[in-house]
Design a protein around this ligand. Sequence first.
Ligand SMILES: Cc1ncc(COP(=O)(O)O)c(C=O)c1O
Length: 538
Amino acid sequence: MTPVLEENVSQRAHHYQSYCKCDKDFRAHFDPFSLLFKEPQQPRARSGHWRLAFFLLFAQLETLNAGRCVTSTIIPIINVMLAQRVFIFERDNLMQKVKSMATFRDEYDHVFSLLQQHHKWFQESIPLIASENVPSPAVREAIVTDFGNRYAEGWPGERVYAGCRFIDQVEFKCIELMKRLFNAEFVDVRPISGVVANLAVYTAFAEPGDTLLALSIPSGGHITSGKKELGGTAGAVKGLNVEYLPLDYKELNIDVDKAKSKIQELAAKGKPPKFVMFGASVFPFPHPVKELAEAVHSVNATIGYDAAHVAGLIAGGQFQDPLREGADVVSLSTHKTFFGPQHGGILSWEKYAEKIKKATFPGMVSNHHLHAVAGLTIACAEMLEFGKEYAGQIVKNAKALAQALHERGLNVLAEHKGFTQSHVILIDITKHGDGGTIEETLEKANVIINRNLLPWDIKVGRHFMHPGGIRMGVSEVTRLGMKPPEMAEIAEFVKRVIIDKEPVEKVKTDVTEFRRDYQKVHYCFENATEAYKYIKIR
Ligand SMILES: Cc1ncc(COP(=O)(O)O)c(C=O)c1O
């Protein structure tokens, strides 16, 4: 039986049970004498019942009072009318009850149906969102354990909660494995996301009013290093004064000379940067950390590196090594190129350990989602075993996808540099429409990508909802076992939608067929369960 059929049968069975129960309740309620003794559920109904019931009783007594012939004719009529009103009142009340009982169960079932539909859709789609990935069945198993119901505030071994015997062992193991993966002296795995990791890092190394230097959003930067006017975390939450690192549009990278000048200019104005954040959401090439480290440290600023996107590539030894290149602190997400559960982390040097620990707890988190720490620990073991091969394949796939799209007439940026050295590619789509519309059209063909601002979009008046670009990442398709020949097939689907304007339904059918062979997670120890299999444990 398909999940949808199963769902319909169980829904119908449940409605029948609800109906029978309500029918029984209705019969019990309808006995007028029970009105005097039962405990109605709503206060309004209770006062109504009592008033009507007493009226009926008095009326009955009155009719028994012989000799008053007018009363004895009128009272039975009133009696019948009242009985009718009680009936209507009770019926409405019960119908309301039937309706609300059915609605809650309906809603409950409806949510599960949506979840199942989502799983089915992803089984049939090509997931190319650069910030996403799919965890192994082992990670999925870890994140549904009881760890997710527990509290463990503080550092492992020094908790302010009992019951952490095994939780502490897992968290220590997580820290140990992360240290090995990133060759870091200090690791904090308590930030519950990349955003929280960045906020903890700002808290540890800067004060409100200090200057932060980072990439702007059109240049690929993330909203966590955004200005206050944009509601960015650095500006609006931490109160930092945000200045932008200059981007070389052609190279899709930070312009080293202009960045040095900017640091000097800010210092001359008496507002030297206190924190310089490298890293981005569109991050095709390693940032010039080494090249700028001296200039940043010369004004006593801290070098931060946001590895949210590229953590898996760094762990697999396929990107730059920010800690060796001069970074003081690295923040990350654990679920983009790193294939763990959704969570965050911070890497640094022992000399900064205490201030980072304090910024994370009690600064940013109380409990830190222990099931995610368990899942992350499993993902770390997988990354240590398979990371090099996995990350290497990602870079090969990203280059292959870019090349295949380029050959089919799409304007993939940075061709002169081989398009990318990471998991992500950026495409100027303006010849074919705007990023928002292209995103929607591809989604109808089951190709999931996202719209993206090009570095110059705001200057030329484009809106972020309809930008000139789209972004594609290959981490998830790589995890599903795809290689360069499959990248060429994906490029062909994209071309059929964007350039050939084939009907999306037709492309969708072919995408679904193509996806049948890629249902297992690779680069993990065990993969008995398919990547998007819906797991029912109710
Ligand atoms: C560069 C960068 N930093 C931080 C984040 C936030 O990470 P999270 O979604 O884990 O909070 C993102 C999210 O995509 C990102 O691209």
